[in-house]
Design a protein around this ligand. Structure first.
Ligand code: 13P
Length: 273
């Protein structure tokens, strides 16, 4: 049974003085059976969020994630953060977000190296993939995402099991749905989640084992009002939430809906077992 995960990507919002309060308020309002929660604040707020969550019982079970990591562990890289620096601050990390592909020119090959450093440091990666609007309109969405996966995961050909052990999560985030208020259709996103598992399986060898249990999240204008569209799809295992993740009521609604998905999966597993 795949997990149900709701991850909050706070992007470049919050400060060290307000992030802890927001995290604990969200934690207290989203304690729902069977839903894994992750909060990814800016680097400079990681310690505040970690400490605030640790200081309250409601914070138990809420994971903390970084939004990026460098592809080398240390070195002359001014302003960058290496994976081992995050140990103790975060247990998750987002890699390959489309905003970084766009603004920092990140390539699939570079993102693959980031994945490697994250896994070596024991961080659980959320790898983002997704097509542009013109690519979707040209019927190329599945091909584009498969190529991204191939490019990011190629370096693991000798040991795909490392990705499985690390608990790799893929977030399908169509670029045209991010921050636009325009979401994918649930059925289209579910088809992409299936295509993502098929693409990983298609990498051959040990990738088949990874693909079977690979959690795939949807991201792009998810709100409490739109969450059900995606969380009702058996192929989709949760959401990576941007703008709405800064709003307590929105997060409460999204995680509550995810709780229904988790309960449904538990009931189905009981019947099957
Ligand atoms: P929005 O939810 O603001 O569209 O952002 C999605 C996203 O990029 C999450 O990583």
């Amino acid at each position: 049974m795949r997990p149900v995960i709701i991850a909050a990507n706070w992007k470049m919002h919050t400060t060290p003085s307000d992030a802890g309060d927001l995290a604990t308020t969200i934690a207290a309002r989203t304690n729902v059976d069977g839903v894994e929660r992750v909060i990814c604040p800016p680097f400079v707020c990681l310690a505040a969020v970690r400490d605030a969550l640790a200081a309250t019982p409601a914070g138990a079970g809420v994971g903390v994630g970084a939004q990026n990591v460098h592809h080398e562990l240390t070195g002359a890289y001014t302003g960058e953060i290496g994976a081992t620096m995050l140990v103790g601050l975060a247990s998750w990390v987002i890699v390959g977000h489309s905003e970084r592909r766009r603004d920092a020119g990140e390539t699939d090959e570079l993102i693959g190296r980031k994945l490697g450093r994250a896994i070596e440091a024991g961080l659980r990666p959320i790898l983002c993939v997704g097509e542009q609007l013109d690519e979707r309109e040209a019927g190329q969405a599945e091909m584009v995402v498969a190529a991204q996966l191939r490019g990011c995961l190629a370096t693991f050909a000798a040991d795909p099991g490392a990705l499985e052990t690390a608990g790799l999560v893929v977030a399908y985030e169509p670029v045209w749905a991010i921050g636009t208020g325009r979401t994918a259709r649930g059925s289209d996103a579910a088809a992409m989640a299936d295509a993502i598992r098929a693409a990983v399986r298609g990498l051959g060898g040990g990738f088949a084992g990874l693909a079977g249990e690979l959690p795939v999240l949807y991201g792009g204008s998810v709100t409490a009002a739109t969450a059900a569209e995606f969380l009702a799809e058996p192929a989709i295992d949760g959401a990576l939430v941007g703008g709405a993740s800064l709003k307590v009521e929105e997060m409460a609604g999204i995680v509550a809906r995810a709780g229904l998905t988790a309960a449904g999966r538990r009931a189905a597993a009981r019947v099957a077992g």
